[in-house]
Ligand binder design. Structure first.
Ligand code: HEC
Ligand code: HEC
Length: 395
């Protein structure tokens, strides 16, 4: 349990505290120096400031998205999965599709603090993006799904989300000849089942990957792709701001679970996170480290969706809030323990802005995704200007 060991630094760290005001010239010179350093191959970058025992991997460009052996990705499967992803017939009410809460125009998230599910029931957690999940070992904020296939099965059947039954989904889709044809072409059988649906949806999700951000362009050889601010922010991210303790590797996540002190333990918004999956006391309040690629496009943030990006950075700078035990919690074995990797960072306003500029350099270029035409659902033809408007209807 790395996180429980008192954190000792591997290398001497600069004293934290307000940095003296720096002239614009010296700042630009420092940025130029860092640009030259980060321009080299990542093996030559300065060592990140991580605590002892952290098994970190360098930031970098995303490798090709891996797929499990029993669900290889094919273009036909991805195309079928895309239709299913946008199809409200996957929900019990016929009203909700995956794209209702994972909207391509909103970074594949939904821009809400928390979404409404079936019967407009408010959900407890923020809808995360589905981008780059092929690189994530554990799915959901608490990691309760081991694969995208498992996740898809769960969400379709979850009574507060899609609220369908295996029978209802299979019946709806099997009634559509074009779907039967597609399932036969992809899986060799037109006897549609939930497993095939989950596999196609997962294959589509694996095709949603980034890799065209300014940071990627910089790594790919475009020396001016990142601003001075973003370059200064990259160095802060890797060193003084200590983010690499948890957000590392090409996807900016260690795939592990940490308590940032946001469990609201014993309060109305309480969410015990990973503990609900493992029942281990040390997992109370832990959540999976999310990836940070395209993060500026997927707000609001954290499992509860209560924060904006600037607020998140301010909280990290303060070392995150520490919950105080109430007297009656003195011997409570479930009382959550904040990660020892979090400590006050002493970043000044400009450094916080630079860190934000770095996170913004991870933004993917906007790419409009048209919802696919759904088989068996004919859109109502738009009335032509010569049609008389039907009684009582506004055109
Ligand atoms: C009503 C809104 C809603 C709908 C509809 C919905 N989701 Fe989600 N999705 C969420 C929320 C909220 C979470 C986070 C839940 C959690 O972690 O406990 C989530 C989590 C996920 C995750 C995990 C992301 C991660 O970072 O680990 C994936 C993948 C996903 N959804 C895919 C889908 C698919 C596929 C569908 C359609 C079959 C779907 N979702 C339908 C709201 C929704
Ligand atoms: C101790 C591990 C750890 C460290 C260190 C850490 N993070 Fe995080 N980060 C997490 C976890 C875990 C979450 C999700 C927590 C939650 O939702 O309760 C998270 C969430 C975030 C989010 C919100 C993402 C989203 O999609 O909602 C941002 C942004 C973020 N971190 C940026 C940073 C930056 C910048 C740093 C360095 C200043 C940093 N993190 C340091 C573990 C860490």
């Amino acid at each position: 349990m790395i996180a429980l060991v008192a954190a000792a630094s591997v290398r001497a760290q600069a004293p934290v505290g307000p940095t003296p005001a720096e002239s614009e010239d010296s700042r630009r010179a420092r940025a130029a120096e860092l640009r030259a350093i980060y321009w080299k191959s990542s093996g030559e970058w300065p060592a990140p400031w991580v605590d002892e025992g952290v098994d970190w991997r360098e930031l970098g460009r995303l490798p090709a998205a891996p797929a499990p052996a029993d669900n290889p990705t094919t273009p036909e499967k991805v195309e079928l999965g895309k239709k299913l992803f946008f199809d409200p017939r996957l929900s019990g009410s016929g009203q909700l599709s995956c794209a209702s809460c994972h909207d391509p125009d909103l970074g594949w998230a939904d821009g809400r603090t928390t979404a409404f599910g079936h019967r407009r029931e408010p959900l407890r957690r923020n809808s995360p993006t589905i981008m780059n999940l092929a690189h994530m070992p554990a799915i959901f904020w608490d990691g309760r799904a081991g694969s995208l296939e498992d996740q898809a099965r769960e969400v379709i059947l979850n009574p507060s989300e899609m609220s369908a039954t295996p029978d209802s989904v299979v019946r709806e889709l099997s009634a559509v000849p074009e779907y039967r044809d597609s399932f036969r072409a992809v899986f060799g059988s037109e006897d549609v089942d939930l497993d095939m649906i989950a596999k196609a949806v997962a294959a589509f999700e694996r095709s949603i990957v980034g890799g065209r951000s300014a940071f990627d362009k910089f790594l790919g050889g475009d020396r001016d792709a990142m601003s001075d601010e973003a370059i200064l922010g990259l160095d802060l991210f890797r060193r003084k701001a200590r983010c690499m303790n948890c957000h590392h590797g090409p996807a900016f996540s260690d795939g592990q679970f940490h308590d940032l002190g946001l469990s609201y333990y014993g309060r109305e918004l309480e969410d015990l996170g990973r503990y609900r999956v493992t029942a281990l006391p040390e997992d109370v309040g832990r959540f999976r480290t999310p990836g940070l690629r395209n993060v500026a496009a997927t707000g609001p943030y954290m499992h509860n969706g209560l924060f904006e990006l600037t607020g998140v950075l301010n909280m990290y700078n303060a070392g995150m809030a520490t919950l105080k035990r109430k007297p009656e919690q003195a011997d409570d074995p479930l009382f959550p323990t904040k990660s020892p990797h979090l400590k006050p960072l002493g970043l000044d306003k400009r450094e916080l802005a630079d860190l934000k500029a770095f996170l913004e350099s991870l933004t993917e270029p906007k790419r409009r995704v048209r919802a696919p035409a759904l088989p068996g659902l004919t859109a109502h033809p738009a009335p032509t200007p010569t049609d008389p408007a039907p009684e009582g209807r506004i055109r």
